[in-house]
Design a protein around this ligand. Structure first.
Ligand SMILES: [Zn+2]
Ligand SMILES: [Zn+2]
Ligand SMILES: [Zn+2]
Ligand SMILES: [Zn+2]
Length: 969
């Protein structure tokens, strides 16, 4: 057996020499317990204020009322007249000169703060909300003149130039039809959106191995929205029609792009400053800040008595008004409340922290922060948002807080609906039954025999369903389905019921607002809404929009017409030219969220207008989201320490020979792509090379004995991992994939547009949310790799033996220790299972092809039988949504470059109810691509900790530079 080593979590880069010496060194494991002492102050510590309701946010209010509520305060000197639209436009738009000055040191301090916070919590969260408020200083009078303003503005200008590398690309993509003189980062991560630019021929990858994170972040947000129209067309189900008019988001996004771009386009610093000023006028700052009232004062004072200089300047500047400015003032003229919405938002206080009573009938005693959560949930439903987002870190009992809410008395007359991922469905039922002593009538809406009767649904108190089932009934209602060659439609009973409350578990399942699942969710009729999510949403700005859309928060999820009072939750342009409501053109409509939040952040990052947008987002999230972390509430939780370690092993000679020959080939191919500048064109090939090498590090059989068509059974084989597809889904080109494999494939792609199908090389078009194709569990079992290996002459692999050794060590210490083994490759788990059984371990496996009841049986079997030591969990089975506190050890068999995936795996065991010390071990073959993947992972983890606005999507993405890094052995 080769020597075993374990190093600290974050070792520095190693060279051949140090590797050689470490080879010789004896085995040592170092542990890095989670620091507890660094608990941060909870952010909800603000003094109570009586007001929770944001006036004018209720979507019921007709437009006219809105206007009254949010009118620019008419001053005595200039009474408002009906025909003063033009005046108002000028007043609200161009006359208010307030420059925001954000000293660079504040920016950097905020960054450092966030970085510290994240590294403490040990989670991917960047805690945008925990950042100390940055003060905004404002010059509030016209008397300061534009010279002064200009001087003050300099830092912003400088900051933008300074951060050229970060911003250049964003700027370049927005400069439609204009000559671009700015230096553009040579990284081939093109930010151009496919609609506006022809697909770019791919440039050479950057030779420098540098983290091109900022580009990636930007790219990500862009992608999320810009990909929509393409996905729209994705019609795997042969839907006969697509009436829901979201198809044209494209126009609107483009529109918003242009608006911002026009601003950034402007090389004239004064014009730029004026746009700034516009935005500031509607922003303001913290209400307690005296400067804020000064800002307000400034707005009205300016409006009331423009100084002579202003007149002069206006005249001089009149022809120079930018399109962005004009459009913004048009928007404010048509929807006056938008101008002050951010000031209003900042005036509102979040719900004060108070504990609710322990609910009667709940068998479990809730922890202090859970009672605070329950109080928040109840009060949040009474605000105009009618609900919110509970975003506690994973493992803190979001389910139990929700169940406590469902137990409220008096019980509502209508039922509540809980939508959850398939793997969590049965756990929801079990937890409700267990903690309420069967006090709630639960109905499961899933599988073949779904309830079709509205009245029997109304008789239950809680209905549990999956995103897949919800999507499926919605599709059958809207698009119909084929039966004997005819298209039939069927009313969706879930959409007929008037729900009391809809709860979305793992709400980021609807992150793509144009996917069918999201539409199915939006179409539900409900009084109250609750989103549950354990992933930090602050950094997923594009995804956040979907949740706001679900909450139907006015104005943040609305589309507005600049020419009239038209506003709508969906993009409705049946004829592609005219709004269904007001008949103005798509160009005249804007999505407020994109306009004020997303685009400024995309275009400026955390600088200037981007920073302002971040602060706005922050103040909005304070009102709709509650997030606590384990570190913050460590005392309440009383969790045992968690240790993460990396176990490094070396291939044996035979494995090394094989690996090196395949790796040599792969590297040659890769270098050819680099030399000819076609890295991104060959993304599918490169991704599959990487996959093969990862499989080789697990066990050579994964590659040598992989599934072939000659095997005789016509199972669905994944085009990426060459295994029996788990949670099989089909692309538009009719190729099959594991849901997880294709998701990682798409997430990893760093080019523009969508990557090609690894099999047919057409542009890959696939709905990730489609329900899995039915593949009987038994036939999948038949495709097991165990049936393809020669059992008598089979040899184990270094990694499998390393695992056996780890497990044997645990066993000698105590027999009661339970372990979970995660892998992306089912074949690997099958080999591990076979080997472990030979070694006398009792194991149980969780696979993606299992039905919910099979999954439940496996989970119970593992949890309830003391002698079952090892749970083999396929990452494709959605194992990351499980609660497995019976186990205290996690082994991650094949590392991935997105660190949050592994953090999530660890969260399965490190959660409420865990009494033992937890250990998460990452199994790495040192002389393979895996050691590079681990290094890349650490690089990405540092990156996310260091960036406030870092988008999570960048964690997955593999830029050409990253690829180069992987092939640099
Ligand atoms: Zn209109
Ligand atoms: Zn309209
Ligand atoms: Zn696969
Ligand atoms: Zn294909």
């Amino acid at each position: 057996m080769p020597p075993k080593k374990a190093f600290r979590v974050s070792p520095g880069p190693r060279t051949r020499a140090t590797r050689a010496s470490s080879r010789a060194s004896s085995r040592a494991s170092s542990q890095a317990p989670t620091p507890k002492s660094a608990a941060k102050t909870p952010r909800r510590g603000r003094p109570a204020r009586s007001k929770f309701v944001i006036s004018g946010i209720d979507s019921e209010i007709p437009d006219e009322e809105d206007k009254d509520d949010f009118e620019v305060p008419a001053t005595d000197s200039e009474p408002e007249s009906v025909t003063s639209k033009e005046q108002k436009r000028r007043r609200t738009g161009r006359n208010s000169k307030i420059a925001v000055v954000i000293p660079p040191r504040l920016t950097s301090r905020a960054k450092v703060g966030a970085s510290a916070a994240s590294s403490v919590s040990g989670s991917p969260s960047s805690n945008l909300l925990d950042t100390p408020p940055t003060s905004i200083s404002a010059t509030s009078t016209r008397a300061s003149s534009h010279v002064a303003t200009r001087t003050q503005l300099a830092p912003i200008d400088f900051a933008i130039k300074d951060s050229e590398d970060e911003d250049a690309i964003a700027l370049s993509t927005t400069k439609k039809g204009k000559a671009i003189s700015k230096k553009v980062n040579s990284a081939p991560v093109s930010q151009a959106t496919p609609r506006r630019f022809p697909r770019r021929s791919l440039s050479k990858p950057e030779p420098v191995i540098e983290d091109s994170s900022p580009d990636e972040e930007d790219d990500d947000v862009d992608d999320e929205l810009d990909d929509e129209p393409e996905e729209e067309d994705d019609d795997v189900y042969e839907e006969p029609e697509e009436e829901d008019g979201d198809d044209d988001d494209a126009f609107e996004e483009q529109e918003a792009d242009e608006e911002v771009s026009n601003g950034s386009d402007n090389d004239d610093p004064i014009a730029f400053e004026e746009q700034e000023a516009d935005e500031e006028a509607s922003n303001g700052s913290d209400n307690d800040d005296p400067i804020a009232s000064a800002v307000q004062g400034a707005v009205s004072a300016t409006a009331a008595a423009p100084s002579p200089t202003a007149h002069r300047r206006n005249r001089r500047r009149a022809p120079k008004i930018t399109r962005a400015e004009r459009e913004r003032s048009q928007l404010y003229a048509a929807h006056p409340y938008l101008q002050h919405i951010w000031t209003e938002i900042e005036k509102c206080d979040p719900i004060p922290t108070e504990k609710a009573e322990q609910p009667e009938g709940l068998s479990l005693t809730m922890l202090p922060f859970q009672l605070e959560g329950l109080n928040w949930l109840k009060k949040q439903e009474r605000t105009n948002f009618h609900g919110g987002i509970l975003a506690d870190e994973m493992g803190m009992g979001k389910t139990i807080q929700t169940i406590a809410l469902l137990m409220e008395k008096p019980r509502p007359k209508q039922p509540c609906l809980v939508v959850a991922p398939t793997v969590a469905l049965i756990q929801w039922r079990n937890e409700i039954e267990k903690h309420t002593n069967n006090a709630l009538k639960v109905l499961i809406f899933h599988g073949q025999n779904k309830e079709t009767n509205v009245s029997s649904i109304n008789k239950s108190e809680v209905v549990l369903t999956t995103y897949g089932s919800l999507e499926s009934v919605f599709r059958k209602q809207n698009s119909g389905f084929k039966r004997k060659g005819e298209i039939c439609k069927e009313d969706s009973v879930l959409h007929k019921v008037q729900w009391h409350r809809v709860v979305l578990d793992e709400a980021h399942n609807i992150k793509d607002r144009s996917c069918n699942t999201a539409r199915a969710v939006f179409a539900l009729k409900t009084k109250y809404k609750l989103c549950l999510s354990g992933t930090p949403l602050q950094n997923r700005i594009g995804e956040l929009f979907s949740l706001l859309r679900f909450l139907e928060s006015d104005p943040f999820s609305l589309y507005f017409c600049r020419k009239c009072s038209c506003k709508s939750h969906s993009w409705k342009f049946k004829d592609f030219r005219h709004c269904d409501i007001c008949s103005h053109t798509p160009m005249e409509h804007v999505c407020f969220f994109n306009y004020d939040i997303l685009k400024p952040i995309q275009n400026y990052g955390n600088e200037g207008p981007g920073k302002v947008a971040f602060e706005r987002l922050q103040s909005l999230l304070k009102l709709i989201m509650l997030r606590r972390t384990k570190v913050q509430r460590a005392d309440d939780l009383g969790l045992p320490p968690r240790v993460v370690k990396v176990r490094r092993d070396y291939f044996n000679e035979e494995e090394l020979d094989l690996y090196e020959s395949i790796y040599g080939d792969s590297k040659r191919k890769f270098n050819t792509y680099v030399a000819t500048g076609v890295v991104l064109n060959n993304y599918a090939n490169i991704f599959s090379l990487i996959t093969r090498m990862r499989q080789l590090a697990d066990h050579p059989d994964l590659v040598l004995r992989r599934h072939t068509d000659e095997d005789g059974n016509n199972n669905l084989v994944c085009c990426i991992c060459d295994e029996e597809a788990e949670e099989a889904i089909k692309s538009k080109c009719h190729h099959t994939f594991c849901r997880l494999c294709v998701q990682r494939y798409l997430d990893t792609y760093a080019g523009d547009g969508s990557p090609d199908c690894p099999t047919c090389h057409l542009a890959l078009n696939i709905d990730l949310t489609q329900p899995a194709l039915e593949a009987a569990y038994e036939t999948v079992k038949k495709g097991s790799i165990i049936n393809r290996i020669d059992i008598n002459n089979w040899r184990s692999s270094t990694k499998i033996e390393a695992l056996v050794e780890e497990l044997a060590n645990l066993r000698s210490k105590s027999r009661t220790v339970k372990s979970i083994v995660f892998s992306q490759f089912t074949s690997m788990l099958q080999l591990v299972e076979w080997r472990l059984r030979k070694a006398g371990f009792l194991t149980v496996m969780l696979e993606g092809s299992m039905s919910p009841s099979q999954r439940d049986a496996s989970i119970r079997y593992f949890m309830e039988n003391v002698e079952v030591e090892v749970f083999l969990v396929s990452l494709k089975a959605g194992g990351v949504a499980l609660n497995l506190v019976e186990a205290s050890q996690v082994f991650i068999m094949d590392p991935w470059w997105n660190p949050s995936v592994e953090w999530q795996s660890g969260d399965r065991i490190h959660r409420i109810g865990q009494a033992r010390n937890c250990c998460i071990t990452r199994m790495v073959i040192e002389d393979s691509i895996e050691s590079r993947i681990v290094e890349l992972q650490e690089k990405k983890a540092n990156m996310i900790n260091a960036t406030i606005g870092g988008d999570q999507g960048a964690m997955d993405r593999l830029s050409p530079a990253d690829m180069q890094f992987l092939f640099n052995n």
